[in-house]
Every structure is written in C-alpha cells, then in structure tokens.
Design a protein around this ligand. Sequence first.
Ligand code: F6P
Length: 369
Amino acid sequence: MTASIRRIAISTGGGDAPGLNAVIRAVVVAAANRGWETVGIHDGFNGILLPERYPDGGVFQLTRDRVRGIAHLGGTILGTTNKGNPLHFPVRMADGTSGEIDRCDEILAFFARQQIDALVSIGGDGSLAIANSLHQRGLRVVSVPKTIDNDLDKTFTTFGFDSAVSFATECIDRLHSTAKSHQRVMVVEVMGRYAGWIALHAGIAGGAHAILIPEIPYDIGRIVDKIKTRDEEGRQHSIIVVAEGAWPAHGQRDVIEPAELGHEERLGGIGEHVAAELRKRIEKDVRVAVLGHLLRGGSPTAFDRLASLRFGTAAVRALEEGQTGVMVALAFPNVNYVALEEVAGRMKAVPLDGDTLQTGRDIGICFGD
Ligand code: F6P
C-alpha cells in the first residue's frame, strides 16, 4: 500500500475552525517526510469544480515552505465554503429553474488525471458525507473531524471546539462585571447549531446562571423564577447563555435564513427572542450579546493546536497503513480511527445523563426545564 502513494490532496470544507492550518501543516510535513507530494484544493472542492475562478487552476502545491509557521494561525490557507457540496451542487437547469446535481464523479476523474492517490478531507458533517461517498466510489480517503460545534460522533472532541469554548468563557467572564455594575440580565447567544456543547461548556466554565441548549427545550417561566430568586437573595445580575439552536418547549427554533439549494438553514435570533420574553415578565434591563463568528476566528488554543497536529499526522499514518474510509478520532488518551459509515450523517448531541450537565445542575444552574 505504502509504495503506491506518491501524491495526496487536502481539502477544508464547511465553516472554518481554529486548528485548520495546524492540520494542514501536519499533513504536509508528515507526507513530505514519507516522500509524498501534497496539493491543496481551494475552497472545499470548488477548486476542482469551478477551476475558472482560480488563477492557479484551483489546486496548488503545498510544500514545507508553504506551511511553515502556520500552525498557530486561525482560518485556513486553502479557503473553505459551506456552499458547493459536490453531492448537491447547485446548478441552473436547462429549463431555467434551479436544481442540484451530484458532481462527485468529476472529483474522482480529476484525481485520476492528476495522479493524486488519496484525499485528506478536513471538515464537519457535510464533509464527512462527501468523504464517505468518494470512498464508496473507490477514492482513498481519510477524514479529520473539524467543527467548533463538537457535534460529530465517535470522537471525544473535534478540533476548534476548545478554542470556541475558551473564547466564549472569556466573554462571559467579561459580561459578569458589566451586568453586575448595572444590575442587568445579560443574554449571551453562542453558536453550536443543533447541539448545545459550546453553551454548556462555556456556560458552566463562565459561571452562567442559566444555560439553554437544544437538547432541553426551555420554559421561559423557569428562567424568570431563577432571575427573581437571585434578585430576592441580593444578587441582582444574571447571565443567561443561549445556544443558537435552543428552542422553547411550546415554540420553534429561530432561523435567520431558511435552507436553500446548495446551503443549509442559518440559525440565530434566539438571544433576542429570549430577551424579549424576559422583558415582558421582569422589570430589569435585559441586554443581548451575540458572539457568533467571533467563536470561529482567531488562533487555536494549545489544546486544539496539539489535537490538530495529532489528527493531521494520524491521517497520514492511516494512509501509509493502507486505511481508507476512516475518520481520525480522539479516544483519550490516544487517537484512533473509525469507519466513515459509522459517523457520516450522525450528530452527537449533549447527553442528558452526562456528568457535565449534572455538574451544572449540582451547582444550581437553571437549564430552563
Ligand atoms: O458549524 C459551525 C457553525 O459555526 C455553526 O455553529 C453555525 O450555525 C454555522 O457554522 C454558521 O455558518 P455560516 O455563518 O458560516 O454560514
């Protein structure tokens, strides 16, 4: 198997996450140390599917020099996109309507033409589905689990999550003093899509008084009770951390933009929604801070940097060992490999019986239930 690899490609897809550049560096250097060449594909697979957009043709050589000194940098030197999924590529049909087509076979043909032997696909749930499909059609693929949301199954954590949680925690820390000075309620909305990992971890670490996550539909009355109890006990400020995917038990999720051909729905607005409901029920000032994309930007924490470097080198080792159709995963204390079929299309939600959630309950945090 080893002898047959000469050239590999890397793609980064979906929303960016701190640590992408560290994975890229790790893959390129570990591959170079085995005598393999690495090429980078621009913007997910757009470099292959829309080459006319790129002066260099959409794919470029990744040398040791090109990846030197990038492990600590946020973003991705390859670019990324959450539009242009090759399994559902948006196109204008002959009759003028919009539609989606599967363009994965064009990627396989490109790999064959360019004599690229394998793909390291760095991404979240969408990228895992693409990687699984390419694998099933015969491409050698190893995936690396990326997302600040931590919602991928079979890995203890994705890279990017720790950086997002660390920054959100720092923001919550800062909001305590201003909320306390003004005796206000601060609602902090964080990303996370349909999972509450970021809200749960940052909320507990940052000392929030209530945390609302999608896994526990909330009753606004419970949060009001919590704020009133705190007031009566002389603690006149409250911090409410809300995951963007949280929703009221008798209502629905807030969506900024519905799903369209070529991209998924965009969540957001629940922070303002919760604040409006609180203002109807309590006399206090309520303010909202939406952390949004701040959680995706900036440098990876040391934990994420190390995880990314471990994931990247493990991906190269997997290819060297002849593995394909696997995702590199963190199974403390080691990195291991899980079949793409076992992870593609499966979301990891916060377990309601987990000790982290129980920790929050035991220290008096209200979860809106
Ligand atoms: O998956 C990461 C994530 O940051 C989600 O938490 C969020 O819902 C989504 O991406 C937003 O993506 P964008 O604004 O890039 O479309």
